[in-house]
Structures are given as C-alpha cells and as structure tokens.
Write a protein that binds this ligand. Structure first.
Ligand code: HAM
Length: 414
C-alpha cells in the first residue's frame, strides 16, 4: 500500500470541518481590518527564502524542501508565507507606487522537521501582511486580529512581545552578546552546546532561543536587547504596550523572544498555548521594515503574522467541538423512481439546498439507519404511494417529527 509521506497528513471529515471553521473565522476577522485575499505559488526560487528568512535560520539551514527542477533551477517548496507575498508586492510594482496593501493568505507550508504532535512537514498557516504603514498602531492591529480570532475560537493563550530595534541596534547587541559569551567561555571553561556554537558564528541572538538548560543558565546575566534600542524603537515599543493595555489585551514582555526568522525589526511577538502539551507557539509575527528593500524593492514598511492551523486544530479537537449535522438525505424506495427523485433534488439544489441523493433503492428502515448513522438533519424518501400523490415522506431526524409533503412545499421546509 502507498502511504502519505511522513509528517504530511490527509485532512478529512471532522478535521476538515474544524479546518474550515478556523479559516472562516480568521478570514472574517481579517476582513474587518481591511485585509483581502492573496494567493501566491507554493514553489518559488530558492534564493527568495535564503535571502529573506536568512541563511542562519534553522528553516533555511536544515528544513527546506529544496531541489533542482527539470531545467536545473534551484526551487523550493515554501517554508513560510511572508517571502512569497513580499516578492509579489515587489513584482506587481506596489513598492514603487508606495500604496498601502493589506493581504491575508492560507495554505500549505513545508519544513523538513522531525514530525511530532503539532510539528509536521506539511502544515497550514493562516497569515497576513500589511505594507507601507510605519505606525505602530498597525502592529497593535495585527496582534488584535489574532486576539479576536482566538477569542472567537475560545482559545486561551499567552501573548509574548519584544522589540528587536533597528538593524543597527541589533548589530551592536550582537557584538555585546558575542563578547559576553566569549567571556563566559574563557573565564568559566563552560562551552555552549554545538547548536549555539554555530549560532554564535551565524546569528548570535538565536542562542537566546536555546532550549538547553545549561546554556540558558549561563545566559541569565547576558546583556539585554532593551538596553540597545534606539529612541524610535523604544518609543514605539512603549506605545505598543499602551495600545494593548488600552484595548485590554494581556501580554508579557519576553526579552529572549528573537523569532526563528531573520527579517524582523522592532516588534516581534508570539502567541503561546499550553493546551497542546508542552507550551507551543500557535502564532507569531512582527515588523519587517527592511525586507522589501532587501529583496530588491523600494523602501516599504511591513508587518504581519502567521498562525499554525494544525496547532489550533489540536486545541479545538481536544475541546470536542460540536459535530455539524449534514443537511439532507434523499432516497428512493423503488428503482424506477430514481429519475423523478433526481429531477426533484436538482431543483432543490438550484435553490441552494445541500442534498445527498442515494441512487440505490432500499427499504425505508435501511435508509433511515444510514441517514442516522451519517448524522443527517433531514430525511426524505419517495416510494410509489407517495409519488402517485406528488408527495414525499419527510422526517426531521433531530426532532423526530415526520409527515408527507407535496413536492413543491419541500424548498420551504429544508
Ligand atoms: P513562524 O513562527 O515560523 O512564522 O510560523 C508561524 C506559526 O506556524 C508558528 O507559530 C506555528 O504555530 C506554525 N508552525 C511552524 N512550523 C510548524 C510545523 N512544522 N508544524 C506545524 N505548525 C508549524 C512565520 O512563518 C512568519 N512568516 C510569520 C510572519 C508573517 N511574520 C510576519 N508576517
């Protein structure tokens, strides 16, 4: 038997309903903030991700589905959504026009990670990106959108925020952190783990993210990023906190929150949940005011987030959300009634009704059994007696009410 690839899953039945519910909720909230739908390809040239997400990140360093296509070009299944949307923004010359754009997207992302609960190789994100607004109120808005989505879905979370400052602040901070680490290693003889040793060379701030207890212990007295912020970044970060407080969004400041992608400046945030075992990020994002330029566009501001749909699905699944009833089961008791039933059902579908017609003639009790098992709301059957009077047998499977109904009354009842 051929199986799905490890870390890649089918989405069906109840899971598909939960997925639809999440995406619908996200879309509804995002639209109220002026965001509209964008779709970009799943496959892009590899340099797009190397340059945006960053060569030092785990995503680019270890997790990309990267291969040569039949013309020998290096291409890559998107590991995240921001880079492709930024590419589209530049390619459609919106950077030059200086327009404000707000887009949302959802779909598969691919990362070659070690599959485990909440961590897959193909997973789905709902994300959004706003271009050309420098005002920190938009940072607050993207956070508020997520807070509203989670409220509607009844999901508890912890919101962590931080500011990474400008590239200059980060550069100064990296230098100080590298000096601190060298000092620790020289004076105490302690050696940071192999992953950290790599991070120290490529992007030292990622050591703050290290899950190794010994490394974390030796970083307790490390210099703080907040001490390196320029005036504008500091003022924006204070303003962001004021706006969130004003709008009753609880948060904690996490000075260690540096995010796993290299393009952020100023605001960085993550929503964490403990409802899926160990604390896991269910969404993350921030500001990226230099990315458009870095990918060859004109100076444009950017801010956005992405939510991990499978992680949110996991939480909702454990809450046992109510099973949606299917609409109508339509069936025949005699084979020769199929053409009549087929036409009747088609007319009802013209009126927007959702109906499943069973083409097989069976006894009433057998049909009722199937409809009940498959969780239908309404049951309709035609036998010869009913057909002779232009009627059907109708049963509301929720209330148990049953009666005969004329063909032309059906559309009012369903
Ligand atoms: P990210 O933090 O890499 O950010 O991913 C966002 C969310 O995707 C995570 O918080 C997590 O819920 C989910 N996620 C990540 N990897 C996996 C996985 N292997 N399996 C299941 N879920 C996963 C980004 O992708 C940025 N593009 C967000 C952004 C948009 N920043 C600005 N705009």
């Amino acid at each position: 038997m051929i199986h799905a690839i490890k870390g890649m899953n089918d989405l069906l039945d109840d899971d598909a309903l939960i997925y639809e519910k999440i995406i619908k909720t996200c879309e509804e909230v995002a639209k109220t903030y002026g965001y509209s739908y964008i779709e970009v390809p799943h496959l892009e040239v590899t340099p797009l991700f190397k340059r945006s997400v960053g060569e030092s990140s785990d995503i680019v360093g270890k997790e990309m589905y990267e291969f040569l296509d039949k013309s020998g070009d290096s291409v890559c299944l998107r590991p995240e959504g921001t880079a492709g949307v930024v590419r589209a923004f530049i390619e459609h010359k919106m950077d030059k026009a200086g327009v404000v754009k707000r887009w949302f997207y959802h779909g598969s992302m691919f990362r070659y990670e070690k599959p485990q609960r909440g961590r897959y190789r193909e997973f789905h994100q709902f994300g959004l990106e706003c271009f050309n607004i420098a005002n920190v109120y938009e940072d607050a808005s993207v956070i508020m959108i997520l807070a509203k989505i989670f409220k509607k879905l009844d999901i508890n979370y912890t919101l962590k925020i931080n500011s990474l400052g400008s590239p200059e602040c980060l550069q100064n901070y990296r230098k100080a952190l590298r000096e601190y680490i060298a000092n620790i290693e020289n004076s105490s003889g302690f050696k940071f783990c192999a992953d950290c040793a790599k991070r120290i060379q490529t992007n030292v701030i990622r050591v703050l993210d290290c899950k190794n207890d010994e490394c974390a212990k030796h970083l307790i007295n490390a210099p703080k990023l907040s001490e390196f912020l320029d005036d504008e970044s500091r003022a924006d970060f204070i303003k962001l906190q004021e706006i969130l407080k004003d709008n009753e969004i609880s948060f904690v400041i996490d000075e260690r929150l540096v995010r796993g992608l290299d393009y952020y400046s100023k605001t960085a945030f993550e929503f964490e949940s403990s409802e899926i075992g160990a604390k896991a990020a269910i969404a993350g994002g921030g500001r990226y005011d230099y990315l458009v330029e870095y990918l060859g566009g004109a100076k444009s501001y950017g801010v956005g987030f992405a939510m991990g749909v499978e992680r949110v699905m996991d939480i909702l699944r454990s809450k046992n959300i109510e099973q949606k009833l299917q609409n109508t089961y339509f069936c025949i008791l005699d084979e020769e009634l199929l053409p009549i039933a087929y036409k009747l059902v088609d007319n009802l579908r013209e009126n927007g009704k959702t109906i499943n017609l069973n083409y097989e003639a069976k006894k009433l009790a057998k049909h009722l059994n199937i409809a009940n098992k498959q969780n239908y709301k309404y049951f309709i059957a035609i036998g010869s007696d009913e057909a002779s009077k232009n009627e059907v047998f109708f049963k509301d499977l929720e209330s148990g009410e049953q009666k005969s109904i004329k063909y032309d009354e059906l559309k009012e009842i369903l």
